[in-house]
Design a protein around this ligand. Structure first.
Ligand SMILES: [Zn+2]
Length: 133
């Protein structure tokens, strides 16, 4: 996965800028800030302002910085869901954990799921609602 573009599933706005994927977030203390994630799937480096932050294990609220809609996955509300388009214009749905410190990413294409991260589980175990798929 080299040059992937990430899009908001709600407004189709581009979430990439300056080499990062950018999100509007809120922590448990109701503070708000931008979070920059690596566009490399399976990389968990994260950037945010030094006076903003998270505690390990807390659920971060993720929203699109363009349309402000929530990006929480309908498949599992502890995950964020966005669209990834790779250099071949193939579209994937990407889910990743919104629990701070949890490293798990699921890349879904039509008939396949690729799983990344030390904390990932079987994708089937992630589904809260069995009418998905
Ligand atoms: Zn949006």
């Amino acid at each position: 996965m080299k040059k992937s573009n990430f899009l908001c599933p709600k407004c189709k706005g581009h979430l990439n800028a300056g080499g990062y994927v950018i999100f509007s977030t809120k922590n448990k203390r109701k503070q708000r800030g931008l979070v920059l994630l690596s566009p490399k799937v399976g990389s968990y480096s994260v950037k945010y302002h030094e006076s903003y932050g998270f505690e390990k294990g807390e659920a971060i609220d993720f929203a699109c910085p363009i349309c402000s809609k929530s990006l929480h996955a309908k498949e599992n509300s502890e995950n964020v869901s966005i669209i990834m388009v790779d250099e071949n214009d193939t579209e994937y749905k990407v889910l990743f954990s919104r629990i701070f410190g949890n490293q798990s990413t699921y890349v879904l294409s039509n008939d396949d799921v690729e799983v990344f991260g030390d904390d990932a589980v079987e994708f089937d175990d992630l589904l809260e609602d069995s009418d998905f798929l």
